[in-house]
Design a protein around this ligand. Structure first.
Ligand SMILES: [Fe+2]
Ligand SMILES: [Fe+2]
Length: 303
């Protein structure tokens, strides 16, 4: 597949200091910090995904910074959209939709008001363009769209589909990615950046999966513990709470001062956590396998 960004040799690339980068980014956007758009969950989500994608591609520091700041700014023009349109939960009328689309141009204009933001203006303007020229506001085609805008678009659409909104539930990650694959196949969305997003999502899920497995292991001996607890309390009943028995109770993270039923209740709470962990683990595993299938489908299509 065509690569939009030059791939950097992993060995030669220096590790990016993420907190330093975010500090610099925050400093630069602080001119507009008063706007509550930056604390908006969607903007935060797009920034997070954009950053993860840039890091995955081993982009140079300055390029990552440019993409992350543009992600922060991408919907800044929405503050010029009337709130009754912005907050409308029902379907927008054609006229309202046309007004909503203008947030790209308003964002561009706002960036042009600050010399430090000039370099982000065309990226902000182009984040709803499609590679095949069917996007807005200018109907640009592949080569005319800044690559950063194509990257942010992928993060933007993914976040919009997966985020839980006031009035509707978000899609599961695999569902959102399947919907986006249609846009890739239709020639609207960059297959390169979409592939990177798949890597990022799979990696995030694998990390989560690992944590759930660890928690399951931790909680899993609960039934054994219940049985042992019974024995320990029998011994306490016979000989009183010896230091050895106290140590045993502490090993189970149970309170030695409590009676058997209180501690048994603690175990039941842990059991409930285990059930949740098992559920999440299953969901993670099925998501990983579904997204791997999507990745295969992407490669088949690209061949
Ligand atoms: Fe937007
Ligand atoms: Fe957005």
């Amino acid at each position: 597949m065509r690569r939009t960004f030059k791939e950097v040799d992993i060995l030669s690339s220096t590790r990016i200091n993420e907190s330093e980068l975010l500090r610099e980014v925050n400093l630069e956007i602080s001119v507009l910090k008063g706007l509550d758009i930056f604390t908006n969950a969607h903007v935060q989500g797009v920034v997070k995904t954009t950053m993860a994608m840039c890091l995955k591609m081993n982009m140079p520091y300055e390029e990552i910074k440019k993409c992350v700041i543009s992600a922060y700014l991408h919907d800044v023009g929405k503050i010029r959209i009337p709130p009754e349109i912005l907050q409308k939960t029902a379907r927008l009328t054609e006229e309202e939709y046309q007004e909503m689309k203008k947030h790209t141009v308003y964002g561009y204009e706002m960036c042009m008001e600050y010399p430090t933001f000039h370099k982000y203006a065309s990226i902000v303007r182009a984040h709803h363009e499609n590679l095949d020229g069917t996007g807005y506001p200018d109907g640009l085609t592949a080569d005319e769209i800044p690559p950063e805008a194509s990257l942010i678009k992928v993060a933007d659409v993914y976040d919009a589909l997966t985020q839980r909104r006031q009035y509707k539930d978000g899609y599961k990650q695999s569902e959102a990615l399947a919907i986006m694959l249609n846009d890739v196949k239709a020639g609207k969305m960059s297959p390169d950046y979409y592939e990177i997003l798949l890597f990022v999502v799979i990696e995030g899920l694998e990390e989560k999966h690992e944590t759930h497995l660890m928690n399951i292991q931790k909680f899993n001996n609960n039934l054994e513990v219940l049985h042992e607890l019974e024995i320990i309390y029998k011994q306490i009943y016979d000989r009183g709470l010896t230091p050895k028995l106290e140590k045993k109770l502490r090993q189970f993270e149970l309170a030695p001062g409590y009676d058997m039923s209180t501690n048994a209740n603690l175990l039941i709470i842990k059991q409930k956590s285990l059930e949740k962990e098992l559920e999440w683990e299953k969901l993670c595993a099925s998501e990983i396998s579904a997204i791997n299938k999507i990745l295969k489908e992407l490669y088949k299509w690209a061949d």
